[in-house]
Design a binder for this molecule. Structure first.
Ligand SMILES: C[S@@+](CC[C@H](N)C(=O)[O-])C[C@H]1O[C@@H](n2cnc3c(N)ncnc32)[C@H](O)[C@@H]1O
Length: 246
C-alpha cells in the first residue's frame, strides 16, 4: 500500500523514504515487538497505555486507535469498557496480524476491528468516532500536524483526541540516564532479541526527533483543539496529551 505522503510529489522525498523505512522496520520486529516493549520499559508501557485508556470519555461508544500496532491499547480499552466498540488502524500488516490473533485469544473479536490504513488518510468518514487514541505512533509520522488534523476529522464535535508518546525528562540527571539507556542499552538489547539492531537504533532517534511536550501542546492549540491538557507520566518520560474537537 502506498501512503498519502509517498503519492504526493510535493512532499519531501526523505519523508517518503523514512515512511518506507518505518514500515519495513515494524514488519521486521513484529514477532518480538511486545516482548521487547515489556522488557525495555520494565512493563511500564502497560501502565502508560492504561492511563491513556482511562482518559477516554465515559460516554464514548466508538473509538479509533491509530497506529494500533499489535493492538495493545485497543485490547486494553475493549477489556476495560464492555460498552465500547474499538477500531484499530495501522499500515504495517504483520503488526495487525498479531493484533488480530491477540484479540481473538481474548475473545474480543466482535468488539475490535482492524483495518490496514495510513494515519494521514484514514479510511473513515468525518465525525465517525467519539474519541481517537494514538500510542507511541505519532513520532513515526514526519508530518505531525497533518496526522493530528486527520485524527480530528474523524472525531465528532466534543469528542477527544488522545496521544501517548515518549519524551525526554526535564530533570537533568534522569535525562542523562535516559539518553544512555536509549542509546546504549536499547540498541544492544533490541538487537539481540529482535535480530535487528538497526530498528532499535531508530527508537532513540525517533524520540530525540520528536516534539517537546510543550510544543505538542502548542500544536494541539494551533489546530483548534479545546481544553488541551498534558499529563506527564514517570517523571515526564512519557506524556499523554488530550484535547476536545471543536
Ligand atoms: C511503536 S508502534 C506502536 C504500536 C501501538 N500503538 C503500541 O502502543 O504498542 C508504532 C506503530 O505505528 C505504525 N505507524 C507509523 N506510521 C504510521 C502511519 N502513517 N499510518 C499508520 N500506521 C503507522 C507502525 O506501523 C507501528 O505499528
Amino acid at each position: 500500500m502506498e501512503t498519502a505522503l509517498e503519492k504526493n510529489p510535493r512532499n519531501e522525498p526523505n519523508h517518503a523514504r523514512r515512511i518506507r523505512a518505518v514500515r519495513r522496520m515494524f514488519t521486521d520486529i513484529s514477532p518480538r515487538y511486545d516482548l521487547l516493549n515489556r522488557i525495555m520499559s520494565a512493563r511500564q508501557d502497560v501502565r502508560w497505555r492504561r492511563f491513556a485508556v482511562a482518559r477516554v470519555p465515559a460516554e464514548a461508544s466508538r473509538v479509533l486507535d491509530v497506529a494500533t500496532g499489535t493492538g495493545d491499547l485497543a485490547i486494553d480499552l475493549a477489556s476495560a469498557r464492555p460498552d465500547v466498540t474499538v477500531f484499530g488502524v495501522d499500515f504495517t500488516e504483520p503488526m495487525l496480524r498479531r493484533a488480530e490473533a491477540k484479540t481473538a485469544e481474548r475473545g474480543l473479536s466482535r468488539r475490535i476491528s482492524y483495518a490496514i490504513g495510513d494515519a494521514l488518510r484514514l479510511p473513515f468518514a468525518d465525525r465517525e468516532f467519539d474519541a481517537v487514541t494514538v500510542a507511541f505512533g505519532i513520532r513515526n509520522m514526519p508530518d505531525r500536524r497533518s496526522a493530528l488534523a486527520e485524527m480530528m476529522r474523524v472525531v465528532k464535535p466534543g469528542g477527544k483526541v488522545i496521544t501517548l508518546e515518549m519524551t525526554f525528562p526535564k530533570n537533568l540527571k534522569l535525562r542523562r540516564f535516559f539518553v544512555w539507556y536509549l542509546n546504549r542499552v536499547i540498541p544492544a538489547l533490541g538487537g539481540i532479541i529482535s535480530g535487528n539492531p538497526q530498528a532499535y537504533r531508530y527508537l532513540p532517534d525517533s524520540i530525540q526527533d520528536f516534539l517537546h511536550p510543550d510544543d505538542l501542546t502548542e500544536l494541539c492549540h494551533s489546530l483548534g483543539l479545546k481544553r488541551v491538557q498534558a499529563f506527564p507520566l514517570m517523571f515526564g518520560l512519557t506524556y499523554v496529551h488530550e484535547g476536545l474537537v471543536p
